[in-house]
Design a protein around this ligand. Sequence first.
Ligand code: FAD
Length: 442
Amino acid sequence: MILIVGAGLAGLSAAYHLSGLPYRLYEREQEVGGLCRSYKKDGFTFDYTGHLLHFRQAEIKALVETLLAGKLQKHARQSFIYSHRTYTEYPFQVNTFGLPPEVVRECLMGFIATLTNQHAGPAPDDRSFKEWILDNLGEGMAKHFMLPFNEKLWQVSLDELTSDWVSWLVPKPELKDVVNGALGIKDKAFGYNPSFLYPANDGIKALPESFLPGIDGITHGAELIEVDTKRRRAIFRDHTKGGTREERYESLVSTIPIPELIHRCLDFPAPLKEAAAALRWVSVYNINLGIGREQVSDKHWIYFPEKEYPFYRAGFPMNFSPSLGRPGCSSMYVEMSHKPTEHQSAEQLIGRARSGLEQASILRPDDELVVSDVKDLQYAYVYFDHHRAKAVPAILAELERRGVYSVGRYGRWEHTSMEDAIGQGKQVSERLRAQYGYQASA
Ligand SMILES: Cc1cc2nc3c(=O)[nH]c(=O)nc-3n(C[C@H](O)[C@H](O)[C@H](O)COP(=O)(O)OP(=O)(O)OC[C@H]3O[C@@H](n4cnc5c(N)ncnc54)[C@H](O)[C@@H]3O)c2cc1C
């Protein structure tokens, strides 16, 4: 029997693609979706912060389009950066037109310097994230966007982070694109993810729910609390009926965060337990607001690099799905990072969000907040640092030796998307199907 823990996208996809093989899927919460969920409050539907679909893998795109046939809408991305009291298009490095001329000059000169510096020889592979930014984008872009934005998001010195994950998320632009962007010349051949897909109704929860007809049953309210990897035995706390239950398994697919899993694996080697406990991450407060005024912004989402704004990003769900709020109103999600051990009250957070939004002239002092709510996303962005680089491959290899496959964003401890979580669930099922002598699923 295969045991799957966690009914987020990775766990749901694993179950969906196992069909034919006996499995059980356990989830701590009463609903599916994990981070990819939506909830209703007083006539508004909010995601656990904005979740938009961008695809790089044709087969996962095709799967999602089949599962959500007729329910998805395509949108031309309207994402901006707000700095120097000006909106510029995202991504910053190819869109500096409109910023004060001195800022544009610093960005251009800094970027040009990175091109001439390259002749000094190949850059080392183990550059910190900060060094990567300076080497690839230059001092101006570092100063005016990349450093302040990322320091706010990560809540740690960027010297402590490695750069091995960066290049696919922040591609180095070509000089032509940087110059065009500084002069306001639109070259439509260029653009990172210029469009996205999103369900027309009900929020992003439509995606995890679309897997349910293909799944044999989920035990909700069941929290994994203990694993004996030698005897292949897992214990769950039953939050619905009380008490605990034991499951025996041949293979375990875990999609819960690595530190949580290893903490529960009683017989795991002590050095790897310590390594898992030393993994670091940042949490995010997701502040959801309903505002008693239509179209407080015409944008989809905005990045805020400057220190005076306590949030790093804010988005406007009703601008890509009007049915997510009450007529005559607007809705917003606001994202503030925090260290996992530091906490603020909902009242404080809503107050800080509101005053920052007024300062940015998005909200007006007389705007009524008809709904305000805060969710704390405990695991949001994992740190890629030197410790992670050594610890995670060793932990994953030892888990597999014991029949445990750890997948998903926090199961592999990485920065990956909904598409990747679905892809990893599919992949692990295909491995298990091959192992158990079943043919690969379509
Ligand atoms: C702020 C933020 C914004 C994002 N925006 C986007 C976006 O716009 N587009 C995009 O593609 N991706 C986005 N992502 C990434 C996306 O949310 C994830 O890649 C994806 O949802 C991860 O799915 P998962 O199944 O791997 O993990 P999770 O969603 O974390 O699922 C894990 C599941 O395990 C359950 N669980 C945990 N512990 C236990 C336990 N002990 N016992 C039983 N069950 C347990 C949880 O309840 C959960 O249901 C964003 C992520 C963040 C943090």
